[in-house]
Write a protein that binds this ligand. Structure first.
Ligand SMILES: Cc1cc2nc3c(=O)[nH]c(=O)nc-3n(C[C@H](O)[C@H](O)[C@H](O)COP(=O)(O)O)c2cc1C
Length: 186
């Protein structure tokens, strides 16, 4: 069992098929849990990443726009969730465009207890695969609510689905191919 994490919450997140991560809200948002989906996507096992901030996936990528969106999510108490795409790298160095969703899990007095996140490789996807990911993530979030409520925790906000998945995927593929062209030896 992970320290400070209710057992039911941990079990629930670990069995989900979509990539998930949970971090503590304090210090530098150290990861408390990543599931199999996260390891399958990134190549990093829990022992590689627990206790670290997840920005290591970005290596030296710029991601200025995405990071500004994430900073706004952290800084603004009234912003319950964020969705953004950003350049990430798997453990073997392969780049991908990560569609990252993050939301705040709050205690009864409104304090942030955990940051919940889900990752999806939008650059190697298709509209139907993105649609099924969106469905699974929405299901995961609705199943999470009753589990959280047992410990007086609330999932802040809901999932805003991607308005035009075909365009988003096409843009991510273009960005990925420009990154691959720029790789040494390409
Ligand atoms: C639970 C959680 C999961 C995250 N997952 C990712 C991720 O998969 N990829 C990524 O690039 N950043 C991820 N982040 C965001 C980074 O950790 C960090 O917040 C972001 O890079 C902005 O902060 P910085 O400008 O200090 O790096 C995650 C953050 C949290 C709290």
């Amino acid at each position: 069992m992970t320290a400070d994490l209710p057992a039911d919450l941990e079990t629930y997140l670990l069995q989900s098929h979509v990539a998930l991560a949970l971090a503590a809200p304090d210090d530098d948002s150290p990861l408390l849990l990543v599931n199999e989906g996260f390891s399958a996507l990134t190549g990093f096992r829990p022992r590689d990443v627990i206790g670290k901030n997840c920005r290591f996936l970005q290596k030296h990528a710029d991601n200025t726009r995405a990071k500004a969106r994430i900073h706004a999510f952290f800084d603004r108490d009234d912003q319950s969730s964020v969705r953004t795409d950003l350049v990430n790298f798997r453990k073997d160095g392969t780049p991908f465009i990560n569609l990252l969703y993050m939301s705040k899990l709050r205690g009864r007095s409104g304090e942030v207890r955990y940051i919940f996140a889900s990752q999806f490789d939008i650059s190697r996807s298709r509209p139907d695969l993105l649609a099924s990911y969106e469905g699974e993530l929405a299901e995961t979030l609705s199943g999470l609510r009753p589990i959280l409520s047992e410990t007086g925790t609330i999932l802040d906000g809901s999932l805003v689905t991607i308005a035009n998945s075909a365009i988003m995927i096409a843009q991510a593929k273009l960005l990925l191919s420009s990154l691959e062209d720029a790789r040494p030896g390409a």
